[in-house]
Design a protein around this ligand. Sequence first.
Ligand code: MN
Length: 316
Amino acid sequence: MIQVTDIALTSFLAQGYGENSLKSRAAGAYLGLAVGDALGATVEFLTPGEIRERYGEHRDMCGGGWLRLRKGQVTDDTEMSLALGRSILDAGGVDPETVAEAFSVWMRNKPVDIGHTVRRGIVHYRQTGETQVPEDDYGAGNGACMRCLPVALAYLGADEIAVTRASQLQSHITHNNALADLGTLTVIRMVQSALLIGERKELKHLTDDLVAADGKYAYENKRMDSPSGYIVDTLRVVFQSLFATGDFESALVDVVNRGGDADSTGAILGMIAGALYGVGSIPGRWISALDEDITNAALEQAQSLLHLSPFCRGIC
Ligand code: MN
């Protein structure tokens, strides 16, 4: 029964967008982010051993976790992405005041989870009106990276300077740190490369460039488990899982079973792998567990943001 629903939903989505089309990849990126967040949140802060004990291999949506989530419920990673995406659509691009206001409204509505650095940045905006926090080590958390997908979509085909500027404007509202900027820009480039080219070796080149820019990001020597929210730990695990697997489901199962900051590793890997493999590759049982309004908002934003991009120029 579940299997039939699974196949029906997946093929419906794939057909609706055309298999492997740019639209399918964009929808895959946004739903990939949401399902990775929801799947990972169940096991956030656990070690791989604790996950094995409680869930065997964690591969089904079941909610719970330290946040006591409903089955399929997403957290701040997806919610902040949707807030950022809406603000980009409202302003026609990343306008820091519009984004900061959207984050502030989101925080006022008592989100199920909010990172310390994110809260600090939004409070800073409310108190000073400034849309940039001072540069510091707190900014090396993964909180700006986990919500970067709308920038990747809206700035598809934009020149390097414009993409970098848009990424930093949205990031620096809460996280102002050069190491995080490098990692976040790499994730945006990986999503854009997956959308336009769709080849794993291109994604590998982008991670090689990142490691060349800062050796802290070297990820190939030692397997990492229980990644923290430090952007370097988070991305090393994301890259390991991406390149150790060959399909969306295996990649996401691999990364969330490493535990640690599993909702954010799931969200970031989900957006890259969803863009690479397309929406038809995401298990239907995961998509159908999401709240319908989250699925609809993700699908709507994926297409609207793409439509806004210089690559599409309002045509696709
Ligand atoms: Mn989260």
